[in-house]
Design a protein around this ligand. Structure first.
Ligand SMILES: [Zn+2]
Length: 249
């Protein structure tokens, strides 16, 4: 694409081939530039949303220095977010450790012995197990299970006709992504509204999410419908992310 010609394909991909001037802001130094295109030499940061969807534009930077400054800020932010539990890998390790500790405790091992076997301090393991709802008695062994964990061993009940379906997994991922982008400040002014329709046995929930994409004028909307409020919310989150991906182009 090093030819001097303006890219006709880029223009054609814009809705209705529209070419209106707009403002571009550097997210770091707030420098502004008006024009049809992202100014030459600027950096565009996009995050792939997967599945062939358009990328979500996270920001524009007027220089490498501004991009680096932003990246450093985001790293610090991400570290702050994860300061308590470490990175996602650690979270996974933690879940695995808890699972293995539970097995050892079920085999009659004490929490101290299990901690030694798993190379986790006893106090840490005790804390993790408590978080996971596993009760360890004062003697360091598993206490008699409370009534409700026994119920968890039953297979998940089939949803009754009309009962809420869980959120679509991709919608659920989108909701997590949305929350993360809000935490990082890419999406702002998020609002949610909900309504429900239909008889009690066949309720349809509708969720509407609106938000702004930082540095891009105007508001975006995503809507979702489902048989539960939570699933409708997740669907709306996904629609909003898709709208953001379109808008950020
Ligand atoms: Zn800048």
């Amino acid at each position: 694409m090093a030819s001097g010609k303006p890219g006709p394909s880029t223009a054609a991909s814009r809705p209705f081939g529209e070419r209106s001037e707009r403002s571009f802001f550097c997210r770091s130094c707030k420098r502004a530039h008006r024009g049809l295109w992202v100014p030459e030499g600027w950096y565009v940061v996009e995050r792939a949303t997967g599945g062939g969807a358009r990328h979500l534009r996270l920001g524009l930077y007027c220089s490498l220095a501004c991009l680096e400054r932003a990246a450093a800020g985001h790293l610090a932010e991400a570290q702050a977010l994860n300061a308590h539990a470490g990175q996602a890998d650690l979270m996974r390790d933690k879940a695995r450790t808890v699972e293995r500790a539970e097995t050892l405790l079920h085999q009659g091992m004490t929490i101290r012995a299990a901690g030694d076997a798993l190379e986790v301090p006893t106090s840490t393991l005790r804390h993790w197990l408590r978080e996971a709802g596993v009760r360890v008695g004062p003697d360091g062994t598993l206490t008699a299970p409370a009534p409700e964990p026994a119920a968890q061993e039953l297979p998940a009940p089939e949803p009754a006709p009309g009962a809420g379906q869980p959120a679509d997994p991709e919608d659920q991922v989108a909701l997590g992504e949305l929350n993360h982008l809000i935490q990082l400040g890419y999406l702002t002014d998020i609002t949610w509204s909900f309504d429900a329709d239909g008889p009690a046995h066949a309720r349809v929930f509708r969720a509407v999410a609106t938000a702004r994409l930082s540095g891009v004028p105007g508001e975006m909307t995503g809507t979702g419908s489902a048989s539960t409020k939570a699933a409708a919310k997740a669907a709306a989150a996904r629609a909003l992310l898709e709208a953001a991906a379109q808008r950020g182009q």
